[in-house]
Ligand binder design. Structure first.
Ligand code: FPP
Length: 249
């Protein structure tokens, strides 16, 4: 997990400002090593550290990681406990180094079902790293795209009921502002590991024009070099946003 090769020169074209990642394959990685699933998640946590540092090196501004979905609450109790314990451990172990590296961490999603000690650890990492300006890391926890859109819809409906908002005036900016990711640009690049061609209820609104990079690498094996490869591939893409040519050209 140390720096094994120099960061490529990304200066020829823009680095994706916002990279989102569906970190998949921890269970399969564990099975391949004849280890319990929990060990796959533990190795996945190491990959999280690695990729955060790689993203900062590459000059990415925002890194959004899908750490625990709304649907993951239906996994066996033992696995949920292991994931929550890892989240708590991660927050407490990493917060000082992240602050030193000028990296900010926020945790987004419906945190109401989380146990108090996990919520406290989240509060501590958010508070400790809040001045970080080199890279913003969003850990999406107890999150799904549909649930987020539902929460946003309810909050807009409440404003309509209070007479603060005319339904005919609701626009994309209003919905954007009611999402957990309020104030953030949409991801430029989505990376999904473990070779599955699915979005899996992740950032459904925000991914409208995001470039997809799907790699067969299982998440615990994902290194900063894999991230750099994805960034280089992104730099070769032409983004047209539904137009004939790129809006910048
Ligand atoms: C998907 O692998 C991954 C998850 C459900 C959890 C992601 C968690 C981590 C990367 C580790 C903890 C992270 C932090 C920030 C502390 P899977 O279990 O669905 O794998 P499979 O599809 O191979 O079974």
């Amino acid at each position: 997990m140390t720096d094994v090769s120099p960061t490529p020169d990304f200066r020829a074209s823009p680095v994706p400002r916002h990279v989102a990642v569906i970190m998949d394959g921890n269970g399969r990685w564990a099975r391949e090593q004849a280890l319990p699933r929990q060990e796959g998640h533990r190795a996945g946590m190491e990959a999280v550290r690695e990729v955060i540092h790689g993203a900062a090196e590459a000059g990415v501004e925002i890194l959004t990681l899908f750490a625990f979905s709304t649907e993951n609450w239906f996994r066996p109790e033992e696995e949920i406990m292991a994931l929550m314990t890892l989240l708590q451990l991660y927050a407490d172990q990493e917060k000082d180094e992240l602050r030193e590296r000028n990296i900010r961490v926020r945790v987004l999603g419906d945190l109401s079902p989380l146990a108090a000690p996990v919520r406290d650890a989240i509060r501590r990492i958010e508070e400790t790293t809040k001045q970080g300006s080199r890279l913003l890391v969003n850990l999406m926890v107890s999150y799904s795209g549909r649930a987020e859109i539902l929460r946003a819809t309810r909050s807009l409906a409440r404003r309509v009921a209070l007479g603060e908002l005319d339904p005919d005036d609701i626009d994309e900016a209003d919905l954007d502002a009611a999402l957990d990711t309020c104030g953030l640009p949409d991801p430029d690049l989505l990376i999904r590991t473990s070779g599955e061609f699915r979005i899996s209820n992740f950032m459904l609104w925000q991914l409208a024009y995001t470039e997809l990079h799907i790699t067969p690498v299982l998440w615990p094996d994902f290194t900063r070099e894999h991230l750099f490869e994805a960034v280089c591939e992104f730099q070769r893409r032409e983004r047209r946003f539904g137009r004939v040519t790129s809006p910048a050209s």
